[in-house]
Design a protein. Sequence first.
Length: 656
Amino acid sequence: MGKLFLMIMSRQPDHYYEFGPFRASVNDRLLLRDGEIVPLTPKAFDLLLALVENGGRLLSKEELMRQVWANSFVEEANLSRNVFTLRKALGEIPDQIQYIETIPKRGYRFVAPLKEMRSEAANLDTTPQRTADHESKRETPAGNRGKAQGRWKTGLIFLIILAGLAIAIYYFVGSIDSKQSASSANNSIAVLPFKVIGEEEGNQYLSLGMADSLITKLSNIRRISVRPTAAVRKYTDREQDPVAAGRELRVDSVLQGNIQKLGNRIRVTVQLVNIGDGSPLWAVKFDEDFTEVFQVQDSISEKVIKALSLKLTRDEQELLTKRYTDNVQAYELYLQGRSYLVSLTREETQKAIEAFESAVLLDNNYAPAYAGLARASAQMRIRFASETEIKDWAERAEREAHQSLKLDAGLAEAHEALAAIYRYTEFDWERTIKESRLAIESNPNLDMPHTYLAGAYYHLGLLDMVDQEARQAMEINQVNRIEPLRSQGIAAFLSGRFTEAAQVLEQMQHLSGTPLSDTWLAQAYFYEGQRAKAETLLAELRGSAQVERRAQATQASFLAARGNRAKAEALLRELFAGSYMDHHVAYSIGVTYAQLRDYDRALQWLARAVDTGFLCYPWYEKDPLLQPLRSNAEFHHFIETLRKSWEAGKARYASL
């Protein structure tokens, strides 16, 4: 209440700019269009303000970046991205300058007619004005005291009234906030896979495909928390109790339905269920030509919004009904690709690629299909590629993602795909963080970008930032906890909490059954004293080139640590004969040479690990197996350089 009272006492004159149907309020930091709020990020509004305050004047890119991102180091791409966001918010049409003019290679200029407006603040000065008549009279001391007391009482009464007004406003605003909170509390939703009815072959993709499409649409509405496709896919091909599923997914409502495709016809029955009491909020049936599938999805989405009593902004309404293709066959193939992609097997991932390829052949401007190709290619690179295939899959993944963004720069799935590529194939943490944040900004209901951020942070040694991202990922997707747990376990290990790390990574291993965490789990065992268990686990690891090479390098370091020089060197020769190498392999080779007392080679490989993506200063500082290097002057210089880089990273990313 104190803040509200001060706001009332010190309200500044309203200051705003008007242009076209828009008003940009400087005081409230809001952009309005015909009285309705236009959602903008804080930086996008800062950029708008910088442009309108200098209306008609060219602002260089450097000048804009100094104004908008003062005391922060950001790339020029951030400026381009926010200009794009602004143009989209202002409704600019490509090739028709309306508000913001681009001066190639120089900067930007606001070119629309502007009006700057200021209104006077309320005069709260209650001091009685002295007149010439007052000044000509002499007052007795008693009279002075009486008048002073009168003025004091008047001032006190005014303050009491003002305080009462502040309290009334406080509780009025509080009641509105409470109502809004109560309303928003009922805005978490899960869309279950549709039950496919009928015996016609090849229609099972509609089960998860239709749900996935609706999830993507509803995720554009920021006031709805939508469980991602990965969280609901386990309900495919099982009897669905919507109330039980809703409680398991911890949502307020569940959308479930049946779907039947007969030739060119589609029949859909769908209902929205309130999980609190199990009652249906509404139910509807569609019987249409399959060519009307877009309209069916739009109608379902709009009914969900209406049932949740949400009023959409103009941008949200456009996103809700946006169509990336008018080709129904291409869309059907896209749904097939999405349904295959969630299976996480090599065979299904290849089927997804074939479906997406067929979709873009039918419509080469289909941005989500290119994003699907990027995700599928990244998945092939990460999980299934042999050493000879890795480079090709990585290059294709990045190529398809950029093609998708070329068609739609704001597509969350494309930014998510790029984040996966930079996270898992290029180990480029700066771009991983950038693309993850762009994906989250476009679609806050995506869980994987949070796991990519967590991975980037532990590689950079920003271990305190890992848990927050992991928790956010688990909050969004409460079913799939594998990747967040992996990040938490690795962060615990790199912090030196080996027993905790082993417990978390064991939990993750039981949930996944994959070798994603096993090299880290083996290291946790080794450092907490279970050396035989660690070596047995590593010897049994099989999978992708990445998994096998990391296991061999880690095993070499363990063998060197217990004095088995011959076997350690044999494993090193095997590693050097292969073509796969990444920062974790390089780090373990460095550790192996440290244990073999070959300090020059140890430093060379540790430097290579840093250069290729493992910059975790806290671990280099505390790893017990690097103890032989602690008295080495070059290692001391190496650690000091790494510490400075780590501190710079903390300063740069902690503010985000």
